[in-house]
Design a protein around this ligand. Sequence first.
Ligand SMILES: *Cc1c(COP(=O)(O)O)cnc(C)c1O
Length: 232
Amino acid sequence: MPDLIHNLEAVQQRIAMAAHVAGRDTRSVHLLAVSKTFPAEDVRAAYAAGQRAFGENYVQEALTKIETLADLRATLEWHFIGPLQSNKTRPVAEQFDWVHSVDRLKIAQRLSEQRPDNLPPLNVCLQVNISGEASKSGVSIPEAVEVAQAIAALPKLNLRGLMAIPEPAGGIDEQRVPHRHLRELFERLCNDGLELDTLSMGMSSDLEAAVLEGATIVRVGTAIFGARDYSN
Ligand SMILES: *Cc1c(COP(=O)(O)O)cnc(C)c1O
């Protein structure tokens, strides 16, 4: 899959360039390859090219892929980034390394209860509705402080930081605004005493803006794997 390898390199170069402009160390920005809707073979090809962290949105699809790629499990990270219903938390708690899309305390409580004792704490991010639209999931900025404190107290979770999916915007200056708001919230939580190290923000179309505002994980699908086909 030469395209995939080439795309992966191009995305890494975009990250490196943005980090350079921001005066940041490139190694402080981690690439999460979002493999939803793409087959396990594509994940294996990206893995062979050195990619180690993969993001999935749909529980059933992810579980099938995780099983198919069980031989790589010890050196590959699975990140759940999609909407999570409370009746689907158990396999996510059992199979994933990270969940970026924790959008309410109840989901966090279930993940903590269901995380197996023989595994390290599940890394989680609190998803924040940064654009303020009613349709998007995530806690509001005013709610975030209290919910983050409560999640940080759960025994089998490790609250690593914040995640957002801003509304698409045209130019880089406009794209930076919601990312900046997420970073400001992150800084406030750190000042309140939470030990956070992760800002999960930036996708194929706005990763430069996100890196300029401090993203530590960019979640990139299309620019690596190509356009998604949802017909099956
Ligand atoms: C699909 C998805 C991505 C990747 O989006 P692209 O535009 O394809 O890079 C990132 N984050 C989340 C939460 C997603 O659902």
